[in-house]
Design a protein around this ligand. Structure first.
Ligand SMILES: *Cc1c(COP(=O)(O)O)cnc(C)c1O
Length: 387
C-alpha cells in the first residue's frame, strides 16, 4: 500500500490495505473463496488459514483496511454488528463480572443485556454518559469494561466521551464504543483513547444497504483476544460480503461528507418550519450537546430526528407524502430512509423504556442519503405542505 499513517481518510479509504502489486497484478483485491489453505510445518491452530478463523487473504486484506481507517493497530470483520458487540462482551466479561453501559443503547445491545446477561452470570449498570460524577458510584470491584455509543439513537446525543476514556483508564476498565452512527470519518475513537471500537458495518461503512457485517478495531493484543473468541463462536464474515464491504469502504469519506452536509441543511430547514415542533441534530446550535460535539467530532453525521407540531397523525401524513426516501428502518446507505422509531428500531422496548429514551410515538427519524440537497429539501417542502 502507498499510504502513510498521516494520509487523509479519503486516501486511506481508497488505498489502505491494498496490496501493490495485487495478486497476479490485479488492481482490485480478489475474493479468495476457498475455505482452507495449506499449512506450514509447526503452525498452531490459530495460524491455520480458514474462513471461520478469520485468516483468509480476503479477510486479512479487509482487516488491514479497517484498521487504517480507524487509526488502530488491528481490526476484525464480523458477520454483523451484533456479532461484533456480543463477541466483544464475551471476550471482556466472564461469569461474575460487571459492565458499565450508557443508558441509551442500540436495541439489539439493549436486548442482549436485558435478556441474556443474567443467564451468563454477568451484571451491568446503566449510567448517564453525560454525568461523569455519577460513574464512580456505579462502578464495582468486579467491573471490567465501560461501553458507550458515540451518537445515540434516536435523539443523537453525544456523551462525555473523553471523560469515559479518562475514567476507564483511571479505573482499569476496558473502554468500548459503538461508533456506527459517526463512522471513522466523523470520529476516530482509538486515536482518541478508546481501547476498542466497533461498528455495524451494515450501515455507513458499507453504505449501500446490501450486506450485513460488523467491524472491531483496537490494539493488536485486544483485537487478537476478540478474534480468538470470534473463532470459537463462529460469527465470521463471509469473503463475498467482505469484498462488497471493502468496495463500499473506498467511498466512505465522500459519502459521509455528503450525508453530513445534507443532514445539516435538512435539520436547519426543518427547524425553520412552523410545522416542526423539535429537531434533534448535534449540528444545530440549540442541540444540548452541540458545543462538545463540535469539539469532539469532525462532522455531526447523517442522522437526525424530529417531531411535527401535528403529532402522530401529521407524522403519518408526512411519511406518506415524502417521495424520495423509502419508509424503512436501518440507516447509513446512499439512499435516504425515514422511519418512526416507536414502530421499528424501538418497537421491542417497553413503553416505559421508550419514554425514558425520549422515543415518543410521533418521533420521525431520518437517515440522509447522498441525493442532491435541493431535491431533499424540495421533497420535504412539498410533503410538509400536505401536513
Ligand atoms: C444496526 C446497529 C447495530 C447492529 O448491527 P447489525 O449489523 O444489524 O447486527 C449495532 N449498533 C448500532 C448503533 C446500529 O445502528
Amino acid at each position: 500500500m502507498h499510504t502513510s499513517d498521516d494520509s487523509r481518510i479519503e486516501t486511506l479509504a481508497v488505498h489502505a490495505g491494498e496490496r501493490v502489486p495485487g495478486p497476479d497484478g490485479s488492481v482490485v483485491f480478489p475474493i479468495y473463496q476457498g475455505t482452507v489453505y495449506t499449512s506450514e510445518p509447526g503452525e498452531s491452530y490459530h495460524d491455520i488459514k480458514y474462513h471461520r478463523l478469520n485468516s483468509t487473504p480476503s479477510q486479512v486484506y479487509l482487516h488491514d483496511k479497517l484498521a487504517a481507517l480507524e487509526g488502530a493497530e488491528a481490526a476484525l470483520a464480523t458477520a454483523s454488528g451484533m456479532a461484533a458487540v456480543t463477541t466483544i462482551l464475551h471476550t471482556l466479561l466472564h461469569a461474575g463480572d460487571h459492565l458499565l453501559v450508557g443508558d441509551v443503547l442500540y436495541g439489539g445491545t439493549h436486548n442482549f443485556l436485558t435478556g441474556h446477561a443474567e443467564a451468563l452470570g454477568l451484571s451491568y449498570t446503566m449510567v448517564d454518559p453525560h454525568q461523569p460524577d455519577t460513574w464512580a458510584a456505579a462502578k464495582r470491584p468486579n467491573t471490567k469494561a465501560f461501553l458507550v455509543e458515540t451518537i445515540t439513537n434516536p435523539l443523537m446525543r453525544v456523551g462525555a466521551l473523553r471523560e469515559v476514556v479518562a475514567f476507564a483508564r483511571a479505573e482499569g476498565l476496558v473502554s468500548v464504543v459503538d461508533n456506527t452512527f459517526a463512522s471513522p470519518v466523523n470520529f476516530r475513537p482509538v486515536p482518541a483513547g478508546f481501547d476498542l471500537v466497533f461498528h455495524s458495518a451494515t450501515k455507513y461503512l458499507n453504505g449501500h444497504s446490501d450486506l450485513v457485517a460488523g467491524a472491531v478495531a483496537g490494539s493488536a493484543a485486544l483485537v487478537d483476544q476478540v478474534r480468538k473468541e470470534l473463532n470459537i463462536y463462529g460469527a465470521s464474515l463471509d469473503p463475498q460480503a467482505g469484498f462488497l464491504l471493502a468496495r463500499g469502504l473506498k467511498t466512505l469519506a465522500i459519502r459521509v461528507r455528503a450525508q453530513n452536509a445534507n443532514a445539516q441543511a435538512l435539520a436547519e430547514f426543518l427547524a425553520a418550519s412552523g410545522k416542526v415542533a423539535t429537531v434533534n441534530y448535534p449540528g444545530l446550535a440549540d442541540h444540548p450537546d452541540h458545543a462538545h460535539a463540535a469539539e469532539l467530532l469532525s462532522g455531526f453525521g447523517g442522522m437526525l430526528s424530529f417531531r411535527l407540531a401535528g403529532g402522530v397523525e401529521a407524522a403519518d401524513t408526512l411519511l406518506d407524502a415524502l417521495r424520495l426516501p423509502a419508509v424503512a428502518p436501518s440507516l447509513g446507505g446512499v439512499e435516504s430512509l425515514v422511519t418512526r422509531p416507536s414502530l421499528t428500531s424501538h418497537a421491542g422496548m417497553s413503553q416505559e423504556d421508550r419514554a425514558k429514551a425520549g422515543v415518543t410515538d410521533d418521533l420521525i427519524r431520518f437517515s440522509c442519503g447522498i441525493e442532491h440537497v435541493d431535491d431533499l429539501l424540495e421533497d420535504f417542502a412539498q410533503a410538509l405542505d400536505k401536513v
